[in-house]
Design a protein around this ligand. Structure first.
Ligand code: TRP
Length: 330
């Protein structure tokens, strides 16, 4: 079985619909037929100032949501990055393999550091991609399911793996980016030409998995629509309606063409009520399941500890080969 590995940062209390449809849903599908490792990358979340109580809460909330959304601890290895110290061990080696110029060309670093200025950016933000390379290479992953924005980090990971292998002998599997399908790309429901995102969008444009049903109902009822009154998929002329059609279709499984037929002759109001209904009913059991998992913290920690123990076994093997090939005295 081919191995897949991916990571998600515990940076908020709730994932949003875009995270689910753009990534986690496909992680769930990949559990069948692959040896899947999914990591809550809490160390990566430390590149900005964090509040200890929030970090803890969000790490647990992320785990509960991943499980509620269908990541199964029987099928996958779900674990917390900081519980596997081998990530830091290999991270340092990756840093020692990366050129300063090479790291400076990472667009995510350039974007994020330009916001606060290079002088106030953390060194951890600069070395972030090398820790990410370690996340992947430790598990000898074949595929890394990520969004398009992570492609450059996966390319760097491949370069580092190839560099190490040719200098010190075969050690790492060269991973491939498995770019997640953009078919279900979900946009902000208030600014439907931008991607749904908590860092750039307003609260009203983002559907949160952990929000109460009434909150999401209201948000969708007041979603931005377009000129005209026909429910038709047309990203250029009707980005608002098209986005809502995408959301409905992704959750209900109905085709967009079917939905256009169903709402022919009806107004935007009826359509938005139907979308709200589909979203709220879809998320209701997921939110309930996540809340149930959060109520029994000991059980949730047991799941994470056993995932992390499995991850450590695999990671330790890679560290031993890496150290041996480097000439470290063991
Ligand atoms: N950088 C990724 C993101 O922002 C998160 C991540 C960290 C990751 N380590 C990873 C993704 C390893 C895939 C594999 O989305």
């Amino acid at each position: 079985m081919k191995r897949v590995l991916s990571g998600i940062q515990p940076t908020s209390d709730s994932f949003h619909l875009g995270n689910y449809l753009g990534a986690v849903k496909q992680w769930v599908e990949l559990q069948d037929g692959h040896d899947a490792f999914y990591c809550i990358v809490d160390l990566h979340a430390l590149t900005i100032e964090t509040d200890p109580a929030l970090l803890r809460k969000r790490t647990l909330a992320s785990a509960a949501q991943l499980l509620a959304l269908g990541i199964s601890p029987e099928k996958s290895t779900l674990f917390v990055q900081s519980q596997v110290p081998q990530h830091n061990q290999l991270g340092w080696i990756m840093e020692c393999l990366t050129g300063f110029g090479e790291a400076s060309r990472m667009t995510q670093f350039k974007d994020k550091s330009s916001k606060v200025g290079a002088d106030s950016s953390r060194v951890g933000l600069f070395t972030y991609p090398m820790l990410q390379a370690a996340d992947i290479l430790l598990y000898q992953a074949h595929f890394v399911p990520v969004g398009e924005d992570q492609r450059q980090h996966i390319e760097l990971t491949r370069d580092l793996a190839g560099r190490f292998n040719s200098r010190y002998g075969q050690t790492f599997q060269l991973p491939e980016a498995y770019i997640l399908k953009t078919a279900a790309k979900i946009n902000d429901i208030q600014e439907p030409t931008s991607k749904m995102s908590k860092s750039s969008g307003a609260v009203a444009g983002v559907i949160e998995i952990m929000d109460a049903p009434e909150v999401n109902l209201k948000k969708i009822r007041s979603a931005m629509t377009d000129a005209g009154r026909e429910v038709k998929y047309d990203m250029a002329e009707k980005p608002g309606i098209s986005n809502l059609l995408t959301i409905h279709s992704a959750l209900s499984g109905q085709t967009i063409a079917n939905l256009e037929n169903e709402f022919a002759g009806k107004g935007y109001g009826d359509f938005k009520a139907a979308v709200a209904d589909v979203v709220v009913e879809y998320l209701r059991p997921i939110r309930a399941k996540a809340m149930e998992l959060l109520e029994d913290e000991k059980h949730l920690l047991d799941i994470l500890h056993s995932g992390s123990a499995k991850a450590r076994t695999v990671a330790q093997e890679t560290i031993e080969t890496t150290y041996k090939n480097l000439g470290v005295v063991l």
